[in-house]
Design a protein around this ligand. Structure first.
Ligand SMILES: CC(C)(COP(=O)(O)OP(=O)(O)OC[C@H]1O[C@@H](n2cnc3c(N)ncnc32)[C@H](O)[C@@H]1OP(=O)(O)O)[C@@H](O)C(=O)NCCC(=O)NCCS
Length: 150
């Protein structure tokens, strides 16, 4: 079973570990800290039941609202916890949060080569909106923009 909790500062080192391994370029500790406890956003951590006793974090996601739109900033699952529904649970909860807050559209950017993430987003109804040329660094790559009407 997967349990979702709001991010807390003392759990940030684990989030940083997952982030550095999964996302390039990663955010700084300060940038992640800035997303904790915000009125206009969601910073969720996923604990798998087997790991929950130790507060071991399997994944996290960060979403921010602006007016009636939201942007999914980050979603990542620990390498050894993937393909067990953690990413889907996080994304589903983020979309539920958007519904509760009357968000009309959710947007995200994803590396063009990131098949796993693109499949996850499509499974939850996101559609391609366009491209941003050379949007990412380390390595340089186009972003695919995706959106979902809520
Ligand atoms: C993308 C990511 C968050 C998915 O997390 P996950 O916990 O493995 O995802 P789930 O097990 O919930 O899978 C949900 C769906 O996503 C898709 N998916 C996930 N991983 C996939 C893979 N490796 N290959 C193909 N499809 C995949 C499938 O559609 C899957 O549904 P299914 O199991 O019914 O086939 C994870 O691979 C990850 O952390 N990647 C690195 C970080 C990243 O790229 N984040 C996105 C940045 S925009």
């Amino acid at each position: 079973m997967i349990r979702l909790i709001d991010a807390r500062e003392e759990l940030l080192p684990q989030v940083l570990g997952i982030e550095r391994e999964a996302i390039s370029p990663p955010w700084s500790e300060g940038a992640l800290l800035n997303e904790i406890g915000r009125e206009d956003g969601l910073f969720l951590l996923a604990l798998e039941e087997s790991a929950a006793a130790d507060n071991d974090i399997a994944g996290f996601c960060i979403l921010r609202r602006a007016a009636d739109e939201a942007e999914l900033y980050q979603i990542a699952v620990r390498d050894d916890c993937r393909r067990r529904g953690v990413g889907g649970a996080l994304l589903g909860a983020a979309l539920e949060y958007c519904r509760l807050h009357r968000v009309v559209s959710v947007y995200l950017e994803v590396r063009r080569s990131n098949d796993a993430a693109i499949r996850l987003y499509k499974k939850y109804g996101f559609k391609n909106e366009g491209r941003r040329k050379n949007y990412y660094s380390s390595p340089v790559e186009d972003a695919v923009i995706m959106s979902l009407p809520i």
